[in-house]
Design a protein around this ligand. Structure first.
Ligand SMILES: Nc1ncnc2c1ncn2[C@@H]1O[C@H](COP(=O)(O)OP(=O)(O)O)[C@@H](O)[C@H]1O
Ligand SMILES: [Mg+2]
Length: 426
């Protein structure tokens, strides 16, 4: 077991680092937790999305009551379950004024300590400790969280930056006037970058495109080896590799495991079982999300192929001809996902990209990089049909830069650029 003195040294070192070495921390939208909730707060999400920085920010906001420990620290490899007791003692010996006072404990990469749930639950319920844990492992994601924490955890996903957070990081004041004033050009320029490179915080701060590509390549490598191969003990590497390439290039489209099977069954050795299992791992790791067809029947919904979206546009596989329309659609999906978990695609005689249900109301969205003579009628008619079926009087077409309001068959259609929609919350 690690010694108390060693722990004290680490606690003080972390404190100094967070308070003095970490430079600017951009305030996150998801980083606000309800006060006084007697639950273990669990931050999960894809690697490099900013979970550790949310913990740093929580530390800074309450620096005289906080303890931060990172279980990736190699000095803590033999921490063990008994380590928690020693850790709390070390903390209180350093800050004796906290005895019988409220304390904030921030535990990073917690999945490295087996049995952490028991400690967190106990101190949350019996002692005056506000516990936050973070990690990238699917082990701490809501669907897998240990039964001993069920109902006692408050889970929160930390995703890469939204466009609003991106603007904040760039020092652009996100308020309505900036959209009409001289800052409009600036916001549009930033959106072009966001569309191509996505919202991973390190990407936003990278200086050159060369650095950005390099960082993203490194992320893809760690996602592949650490988040998929190691975590799920994958043995058919060529299959995973082919699937990842396929999934990350078919974003904003339907992905059918059967077509994948047909396409590759003679080229690669693999079983249908591993194909299904690996696909599930992508979903479990929250690297991709599925959107199902809008229908009343659950059976039909599951029978129809799902459309898939990536957790960040930066992960999209870049080929020679980049499909900006699909990236735009992916960004719209990510925003809708923040608003509701009921998102579908509409596909009858005509199509509409998204139907969402929020607070018992439907809304329909069509996404289109540019409305042109060639696609205008199709896009509008799809939206109109969708709105009629939903008995909604209003629908949206989200574009890169076009703006207009039209009326068709008594449906009011608002055509609006995605960047504007993202900053004005319509
Ligand atoms: N809120 C933020 N403000 C400024 N930079 C951030 C912020 N969040 C993340 N970053 C940058 O992104 C990097 C990765 O974030 P981190 O918090 O380590 O991700 P995670 O813990 O989810 O893997 C950080 O080292 C930092 O450079
Ligand atoms: Mg981290």
């Amino acid at each position: 077991m690690v010694s108390k003195d060693k722990l004290k040294e680490i606690i003080l070192e972390n404190r100094k680092f967070i308070l003095h070495s970490v430079r600017r921390i951009v305030e996150r939208e998801a980083g606000r937790f309800p006060e006084g909730v007697n639950k273990v707060k669990v931050l999960y999400g894809v690697r490099r999305s900013g979970k550790t920085f949310v913990l740093y920010n929580l530390f800074r906001n309450s620096k005289d009551e906080s303890l931060y420990i990172d279980f990736e620290d190699e000095r803590l490899t033999d921490f063990g379950l008994g380590g928690f007791e020693v850790l709390m003692e070390a903390f209180l010996e350093l800050y004796p004024y906290l005895l019988n006072k409220r304390k904030r404990v921030l535990l990073d990469e917690i999945q490295n300590i087996a049995g952490w749930e028991k400690f967190c639950r106990r101190v949350t319920e019996r002692e005056d400790v506000d516990v936050f844990v973070a990690g990238s492992s699917s082990k701490i994601m809501p669907q897998e969280i240990h039964t001993s924490l069920r109902g006692r955890a408050w889970s929160m996903e930390i995703t890469p930056f939204s466009f609003r957070e991106y603007l904040r990081a760039k020092g652009v004041d996100v308020n309505k006037s900036s959209i009409y004033g001289p800052e409009k050009i600036l916001v549009k320029g930033h959106f072009g970058d966001y569309l191509r490179w996505g919202g991973f915080p390190e990407i936003i701060f990278a200086r050159s495109e060369f650095d950005k590509s390099k960082i993203l390549k490194e992320y893809l490598g760690s996602i592949f080896f650490r988040d998929l191969v190691e975590r799920f003990k994958i043995n058919n590497i060529p299959l995973l590799d082919t699937m990842m390439a396929s999934v990350f290039s078919l974003f904003s489209q339907k992905f059918s495991l059967n077509s994948f099977y047909k396409q590759y069954k003679d080229k690669l050795p693999f079983s249908k079982d591993s194909l299904f299992a690996y696909y599930k791992y992508f979903l479990e790791s929250m690297l991709i999300f599925e959107v199902r067809k809008f229908t009343e029947s659950v059976y039909k919904r599951m029978r129809n192929p799902a459309k898939i979206y990536l957790v960040d546009p930066g992960l999209a596989r870049r080929e020679a001809s980049q499909d900006l329309g699909r990236l735009l659609e992916n960004i719209v999906f990510l925003e809708l996902r923040k608003r509701t978990d009921k998102i579908y695609y509409f596909e009858e005689e005509k199509e509409c990209d998204f139907v969402i249900v929020k607070d018992g109301r439907f809304s329909a969205y069509q996404v289109c990089y540019e409305l042109s003579e060639e696609n205008r009628e199709r896009k509008i008619d799809g939206l109109v049909l969708c709105c009629r079926q939903l008995e909604e009087k209003k629908g949206f077409i989200l574009t890169f830069d076009q703006e207009e309001e039209i009326n068709k068959e008594e449906i009011e259609i608002k055509i609006i650029p995605v960047w504007k929609w993202l900053v004005t919350f319509v």
